[in-house]
Design a protein around this ligand. Structure first.
Ligand code: RB5
Length: 143
């Protein structure tokens, strides 16, 4: 089971609630970083605290949800210790762990159902990094 930091913006609020219930029921420890309503907010205000906490090792993984996943991914990936991958299908969620050793999953709430969000989270949390040639590539990401 994993220790997970979750957050995003107003567009991801309903998906976030559903994911927290789902992941908690499966035995994960999930901390909600907000937002705590569907009122309009600026996603960087919620993403930076999660990225800092994952970078510090306080959580195994982060899950970020906004409308398209782009804003949260762009923000999270400004942190040198974060590898945030976007997924809209379980195969992509698994591959960003296998190939990119992603430590943050970014989901586009306006383009995926709750069920697909849950499938993506499951795939992400249960897939290991392959290492090998992918380790060489991941080592070259920071700048
Ligand atoms: C909010 O309207 C929307 O811009 C945001 O959720 C996200 O898609 C940004 O990348």
């Amino acid at each position: 089971m994993s220790k997970i930091a979750i957050g995003g913006d107003h567009a991801g609020f309903e998906h976030k609630k559903a994911l927290i219930d789902y992941l908690t029921s499966k035995g994960n420890e999930v901390k909600d970083f907000g937002p705590f309503s569907d009122a309009s907010v600026d996603y960087p205000d919620y993403v930076h605290p999660i990225a800092n906490a994952v970078e510090k090792g306080e959580f195994d993984f982060g899950i970020l949800i906004c409308g398209t996943a782009n804003g949260v991914a762009m923000t999270a990936n400004k942190h040198v210790g974060i590898r945030a991958g976007i997924a809209w299908a379980k195969e992509l969620a698994a591959l960003t762990r296998q190939h990119n050793n992603a430590n943050v999953l970014c989901l586009p709430a306006r383009f995926i159902s709750m069920d697909v969000a849950k499938e993506c989270a499951d795939a992400f949390l249960t897939t290991e990094f392959e290492g090998g040639r992918h380790q060489n590539r991941v080592d070259k990401i920071p700048c």
